[in-house]
Design a protein around this ligand. Sequence first.
Ligand code: UD1
Ligand code: CA
Length: 456
Amino acid sequence: MNRPDLDIVILAAGKGTRMYSKMPKVLHRIGGRPMLERIIDTAAALKPRTICAVIGHGKDQVLDTVKRDVVWVEQTEQLGTGHAVKTALPHLADTGRTLVLAGDVPLIDAATLAALVDAPGDEVALLTDLPDDPTGYGRIVRDEAGKVTAIVEEKDADPAQKIIKETNTGILVLPNKYLAGWLSRLSNGNAQGEYYLTDLIAMAVSDGIAVRPVQVRASHLAAGINNKVQLAELERIFQAEQAAELLKAGLTLRDPARFDLRGRLKHGQDVVIDVNVVLEGEVELADGVEIGANCVIKNAKIGAGSKIAAFSHLEDCQTGQDTRIGPYARLRPNARLSDGVHIGNFVEVKNATLGEGSKANHLAYIGDATVGRKTNIGAGTIVANYDGVNKHHTVIGDEVRIGSNTVLVAPVTVASRATTGAGSAITQNCPEGKLALARARQTIIEGWVRPEKERK
Ligand code: UD1
Ligand code: CA
């Protein structure tokens, strides 16, 4: 549903002092994505007229990281949330409404916002919460009839106000036609010397504009992040929810509390993921894929029936069906394995294609190479792809036997059905079906005597 009379302002100019980080607060990640990016995407789901993001601290870093098409507004001095909205005012229409979001409330969802925004008339709508611990939040002040009359910040609250449990989430909807007037009336005569957006509530009440409080359905949706404790807590909540969704969709997680998805997972049926697996970016696991404990998999597509054993690390790669990978395997960018390929322990594959049924079972490096079908790469094989300046390509054909400890000095071709002897340094092309030996011959030294310790 389009909302052509809705503007959204995201407040993200603050430093996040309590994060103790060189990175602006809104760039810290939840589920692998910067908080601000997450909030912009949620805002975009409402299909508003405009999205303005007010940035200030670390704005270059923000612009480098968050590639989203919004109106970026700079607030050069952080004089308060009211001042921040005022900075965005030139980009807001005179009619309709403005939804204000905080850049440090990352888990807010579109359904909650839609409920806040979709009401007729000129009212102010306010998202409130009843958290277990209200400390630090602005409190919602109500009169005897239960009507909201004001928001008071914790630092300005008197003892009676401090015991109020109902809090301001910082998310509210304001009618645009009053916005400029109200913002111009703000003063910074308060405990923090800031222009508080929250002071608009008392102004609305005194101008006879209704204030409609809406309670958020779960506290974590409106939880703000001011420090690393809150960041870690919210990450666990986010991961638990995500894991529950995946379980419901039929994924087997040996322990949902020891699973992290920092991106998106597409999975088939009967996919099993053991403990402490981290998935990042876009991951696709086809039917019957099994992932062993402690694997890290980023941007990868794994074919049906493949098994990835414990402690393997995969990035920007792709496998066919029924492959066997690991334990302790490393697939680096552009590793492409066809059906039935085996990559064993301490084998590293980078920018290389392995044909159907080929195997490299132990201790090898295969980089910048094309390997055919049913080829066996012996233990200790190294493709020397780099001459110190340029990378070169190696071609290995079908049904080749690369002997243990072979060094293939690229560029070089080993044709189909050729064999290299163990310990060979292959610098020239090997013709089809031939044996290539490139190593010193063994000699037996007759009459040699093992030295013994001199007696004194
Ligand atoms: C704010 C609310 C408080 C609410 C809480 C919910 C005010 C005065 N207080 O307090 O009632 O309970 O959020 O989390 O609004 N920002 C700017 N420019 C500024 C100041 C802040 O862009 O000049 C941004 C910050 O980057 C942040 C957001 O506004 O993303 C909220 O500011 P913050 O200082 O964290 O406000 P709180 O003290 O948490
Ligand atoms: Ca905050």
